[in-house]
Design a protein around this ligand. Structure first.
Ligand SMILES: [Zn+2]
Length: 376
């Protein structure tokens, strides 16, 4: 790498790229990406027969002291950055892309490479971590930001250090039912997402943009009955967007074409999809509260016909069962505006009204027992 510009100098890909560079050690300007040693640039500037090259030493046989495994991983990272650059240039021909280095690390850490994009719509940098991202490398990414450049940190869906799968969540947006992959972000990924840069994943030709998932329990209101089979409906999740907020329990990933990295106009689809998810949650809450009110009304007419004016105390939240965070398809409605009786008819029956008293009573007995056990 050329430390003066932080650009990657690859003589195999672009032998002419060294034409304008000073020869020799140039005050330690060049360093090896694999071992970090200063390099010497050899070869005359204008000599068609002589290929310029970098050397670690003046020994007869020049060897990089990095281990073969590390060397192979660094080479793979460079090849990967170049193939992403080719993909983006093919998808958005007006864009000029240069490969650069964001952060080198300790000898065993793979450097974070970057693609610098110059497009008519503006400039951008795509940081490409490989393997574990060290705190120091994350610091360097965060330190490099400015207000003009759109910064991306692009993780790899197929890199075990980048992607910790956490199941799926089924959602229904304005357009269609979708199963969305969920992940447990690493502490480094959480930290980057709080800064003013975009964290995303790539999965071959797909870009995955994260939103935050926050489990919630709807606080009961007067006139609602969340007991019995309705208890699981009290538990839901809400979104934080356009970036995951601090404290999100999981992140969901929305797919976009990978070329959106070089064509920011395509990112609008993710903004719309996240707004849809937010609207769908408001719709679910309104629908479920409606069901809880219906259930309450049924209880009143069936169980206490003689005293219709009696107020029921809202059920404590901790008597709810613990459903998983995946929302079933039947449990969804698309929008507030589509809550017609027909749509409501598709939803599962909240269950017979006579059953609900048994569960809270049983729970209270269990909780008394548990409290006694803890005291011993
Ligand atoms: Zn080296």
């Amino acid at each position: 790498m050329d430390t003066a510009t932080a650009l990657l100098v690859d003589l195999r890909q672009a032998p002419d790229s060294v034409r304008g560079l000073p020869r020799g050690r140039a005050s330690g300007r060049y360093s090896c990406l694999a071992c970090g040693q200063a390099l010497e640039l050899c070869g005359p500037r204008d000599h068609a027969d002589f290929t310029a090259r970098f050397r670690h030493t003046r020994n007869e046989i020049d060897r990089c002291p990095a281990g073969p495994e590390h060397l192979a991983r660094v080479r793979a990272a460079v090849a990967d950055a170049q193939s992403l650059a080719e993909h983006l240039v093919a998808a958005a021909p007006g864009v000029r892309i240069q490969a650069a280095v964001t952060a080198t690390g300790a000898p065993e850490v793979i450097p974070v490479l970057a693609l610098r994009l110059e497009a008519p719509s503006g400039v951008g940098v795509i940081h490409l971590p490989h393997g574990d991202l060290s705190d120091d490398q994350a610091d360097r990414i965060l330190a490099g930001g400015d207000t003009v450049t759109r910064q991306w940190v692009l993780f790899d869906r197929h890199d075990g250090a980048h992607y910790r799968a956490a199941g799926q969540v089924q959602v229904r947006t304005r357009r269609q039912d979708q199963r969305i992959d969920k992940i447990s972000p690493t502490s480094g990924q959480r930290r980057l997402a709080q800064a003013q840069l975009a964290v995303a994943w790539r999965d071959n030709g797909t870009l995955l943009l994260p939103f935050g998932g926050h489990p919630i329990t709807y606080p009961p209101r007067a006139g609602e009955d969340w007991s019995g089979s309705a208890a699981s409906w009290q538990r839901d999740w809400k979104i934080s967007q356009p970036r995951p907020a601090d404290g999100a329990a999981w992140w969901g990933l929305l797919p976009l074409p990978l070329r959106a990295l070089a064509a920011p106009a395509l990112l609008g689809a993710a903004v719309t999809a996240m707004a849809d998810l937010e609207a769908a949650q408001s719709g679910r809450e309104a629908y479920r509260r409606g069901k809880a009110r219906e259930r309450y009304a049924q209880q009143q007419t069936r169980l206490v016909p003689a005293r219709p004016q009696q107020l029921a105390l809202p059920l404590p939240a901790d008597t709810a069962t613990s459903p998983d965070s995946t929302i079933s398809a039947a449990d969804q409605i698309p929008q507030l505006s589509t809550q017609t009786p027909a749509a409501a008819g598709l939803a599962p029956d909240p269950g017979p009204a006579a059953a609900p008293e048994s569960r809270p009573r049983r729970w209270r007995r269990w909780r008394r027992l548990l409290a006694r056990l803890r005291l011993r």
